[in-house]
Write a protein that binds this ligand. Sequence first.
Ligand code: ADP
Ligand code: MG
Length: 553
Amino acid sequence: MAKKQFKAESKRLLELMINSIYSQQEVFLRELISNASDAIDKIYYKALTDDSLRFDQDQYYIKVIPDKETRTLKIIDTGIGMTKEELESNLGTIARSGSFTFKNENEIKDGHDIIGQFGVGFYAAFMVADVVTVISKALGSDEAYRWESKGADGYTIKPADKTEVGTEITLKIKENTEDESYDQFLETYRLKEIIKKYSDFIRYPIKMDITKRRPKEDNKDEYEEYMEEEIINSMVPIWRKNKSELKDEDYENFYKEKHYGFDKPLKHIHISVDGTIRYNAILFIPEKLPFDYYSKEYEKGLELYSNGVLIMSKCPDLLPDYFSFVKGMVDSEDLSLNISREMLQHDQQLKLIAKNIYKKIKNELQSLLKNDREKYEAFFKSFGRQLKFGVYNDFGVNKETLQDLLLFYSSKEKKLVALEEYVSRMPEDQKFIYYASGESIERIEKLPQTELVAEKGYEILYLTEDIDEFAIKMIMTYKDKEFKSVSSGDLGIDSDEQETKADTEQNENKDLFHYMKKVLADKVKDVRVSKRLRTHPVCLSTDGEVTIEMEKI
Ligand code: ADP
Ligand code: MG
């Protein structure tokens, strides 16, 4: 039997596809502008190899023109245009990308600037328009053509008049419905906003006519309105600039502009990777805790760009939970623009970038700890708690990554110290890393349990936050040294002499202890002679894993 073609209800298919890729209608503009930018790029690449072509930057731009009266929105570009055949194949075939073919055919090595590759973006126009008209004149052609479609029902192509090379797309914007306002896509301020949000770093100027007011020439008390063409996008993204050209201030301004936070970032990390995977990133370590950080309103994530075009405002997959506080953006040429959230999650490239990023953050924090202690402590004050949760969470899988970033108050140094520092100065006869938990440093200082350890001259880490002891218990051993609470039954420092003395005392006063235990009944498990007290008469201690502080929690 002859092979049969699948039949598809193309209208339904188109709707399904568009709706599964795009969660917001406003992205239609991003898609059309990206195509326009690609079209200009193509002339640029052609000019590189064709001497008869000159690429004069000023000639190339994208213009967006809304018209409320006719309910139309025009997107005009001076790019390479499309021939009749190209209109047919590129816009007449869903999932055919002329840009992808162009990249391959022209063997453009660094053609990764060209955004298109999926061949579906254009159809996003049908989310907001009933009719889409494309008038295009291709480079080197004398004729222009008009492609028109009302959606998946089909399209028509006719000859048209157009003198300049390039493409003009006209969207007949849908009427408002009860749930959706399409009028917004005819408002200049709203269009400006959308362009800024998604297409700010398109490399060619995106222009709009803006209505302005000025005092009249002849009568300064009266105002007149006039139109002025403005470039809406900032074009060169900071992350594409050379690091050596940029000052701290530039990064701080970027942090503010992007509303990453109200504080001044403690540190920025500018990454440019050009290997098997290519990406640029600018990351910030904030100084202050965002007010909602520990609430469920707080969303972690980095901005994700594909070639300077925003794909997602907060891509959570780029950051592990324990680095949720990091702000910033990632731009990769290797990511596809029109890709759904679900697909993105499984994207191998994205996973590689995420892995890369988490290493960079870790290294940066480590070097901050080493080289700028004051800054690191400021950071730790805000986000140390997060790191400790990171150690504890997921059954400790990340403890190796994070343990060297932790700081605890030291009984000896009277300041925050790292575990590494503690262990490096342990006397030879000290077997354990000692810690004491309590509500505050002052209260821990007064704990009778600390006496013997302190007397031995051993350093004690003071754990004052709820999470501390849980994190420590999760780490279990650091550089082969076990952690030990000063209130645990066996401190591991008793000398034989003390041992015997305590045993004797215990025996001699058996009845007294027995009586004490009876009086305290279910409040304590046992009453014993202590080997660790010096000036205090009595203290509480625990057997087993769970200490008194943990039990309180
Ligand atoms: P993609 O951009 O992923 O290739 P689109 O659906 O957005 O997919 O566009 C399909 C194709 O139509 C593009 O690859 C390009 O060849 C062509 N095209 C779309 N818009 C324009 C334009 N403004 N100028 C020239 N060609 C265009
Ligand atoms: Mg496209």
